[in-house]
Structure formats: C-alpha cells, structure tokens
Design a protein around this ligand. Sequence first.
Ligand SMILES: [Zn+2]
Length: 302
Amino acid sequence: MKFGFTRAVLMTAFATLCTMPAWAQDLGPRFKKLKEGIFVYAQNPADSNATIILTSEGVVLIDSGHRPPDSVALIGALKKLTSQPVRYLVNTEPHTDHTTGHWLFSPPAIVVAHAGATESMKEGLNPERVRKIVAEYPDLQEMKNFRPITPHIEFRDKMTLHVGDRTFELSFLKSVHSEADTAIWMPKERIVFAAASVGVKRFSNLRPFVRIADTLNAIKMMKALNPEVVIPGHGNPGTAKILDDMESYYNKLMDGVRQMVKQGKSLDEIKKELKISGTEEWEGQDRFANNIEAAYRGVTGK
Ligand SMILES: [Zn+2]
C-alpha cells in the first residue's frame, strides 16, 4: 500500500515538525540567536536589549524589554520556544527601559538586581508615572494588569545563579550608569552582559555620580574574562571590540581633558574645543558635553 505508507511517513514528519523547537527566524527579525537557546531582542538598535536564555530547568530573562509592546513580543517568543516558566529575571539596571515589563513575567519569575535597584525603581515608577505608562498603550490588552514589580532579591557585589545546566555570575558595576548596574557573565558560553557601562558607537549619558575611572575598571574586568560575545545594555551585540572601542574612547577623552586642564583651559573652553577622533558619527552627540564634564571631574577632582 504505497499511498498508505507515504501518508504515514508524511504524518510522522508533520508531527515531528510540530514538536521541534522553533528556529530563530520563526521568532522574527528582531530576535538574534547568539548560541543554542540564547536569543537577544530589541525592536530598534538604540533600544535596550532583552535576552531569553533557555536552561534545562526553565528560562532566565535578562531585562524585560524597552517598552511594554517589547515585553509582549518576548512573551510571544517564549511561547514558541518552550513550555517552561521564566524562573529568574535579572536586571542589568533599574531604569524603566529595562524594567517596566516585569509584570508580564513575575510571578512566577524572581527578579534579581543589585542593592539600590528597588530604591531607584520606586522613584521611577511613582503612581503618576504608572498612570502615564498605562495611558500610553490604550490598545494593549496586557496593560490592564500593569503594576510595577521591584526586585525580590538584591545582592551585594557578587552573586552566582545556577539554573539547570547554566551558570550566571553577577557582578556590581560601580558608578558606571545608574545606582545599581550589574554585569552578567556566562562562563561556559563565554557571553558577558555589559549593562550600560558601554554602548555601540553611542555616547552614554554620564550622570553627575558617574566616574569614568570606574567605567574603565569595569571594562578591564570584563575584558579579562576574555568573552566571545558582548551584549551591551543598548546596541547590537558583538565581540570584545565593543569593550576595546569604549576603552579607547574614554582614554582619549581623559587624556584630551587632562591636557587642556594643564594648559589652563576652563570647562567651557574644553567643551567648545575638544574633539575625539572616531566619534564623529556616534549617536547622542548632545551627551558629549556631559561626557566632558565627567572627564573634567575625574581630572580635577571637582
Ligand atoms: Zn539606563
């Protein structure tokens, strides 16, 4: 019975296809498959990255998407990838463009962040801001249940998470961007999540408490891990070149400001005159002034 046999084979093949894990391209062009079971998502290159990591004992999520629709896109991808729950949601920083979407995953996800994250998030997610966020997405069904979720676990300096077959080494990055920045190292996969300590062809917003010397130390620490893949807080994932490029930029910036200070120039004069080669095409040119201020603080101690 040739027909019957072919039919049986086709049915089996179809059944196999249905149970196979989705290929990365099925998740859409905004998802990049970095390694087996590891998918990075951003709607736009300038948005925050959110990463899905499948383990043998459930999912670990690193940040929850730039805006609520991004978090909903992550939910859609998770449904295609696994029937397992998100067990941990690790924050690289507490700002809203990394943490607003938590309510879609927690519970059951346990939110992990560095000490100081809860305080910082409470400021960013006051009732007025919550009303604003909800009003921004009137067509998003999921917004009906929106509520701010702050971390369940805050660690100090270092913490290791073992989830199924994967290991995550969390380290505090002091004074690089927010009150609670965390780098995450996956030693077997050789992936480092660099948080907002580095960008990709982009000036970071260096707030008054940011110290470039601490950022250079953070970069040195991450380079010493010898990562194969670097995932910045914002911007396309790449290699250790992301770390090299930022290190070189901050060194040039510090040297340039130091020389001008030695020549007796004022902060205003430095802002008018200083140019750093290689940054002409970078995004966020309006932040260059606060980068110079950070370097000036570092050089003069003021
Ligand atoms: Zn931020």
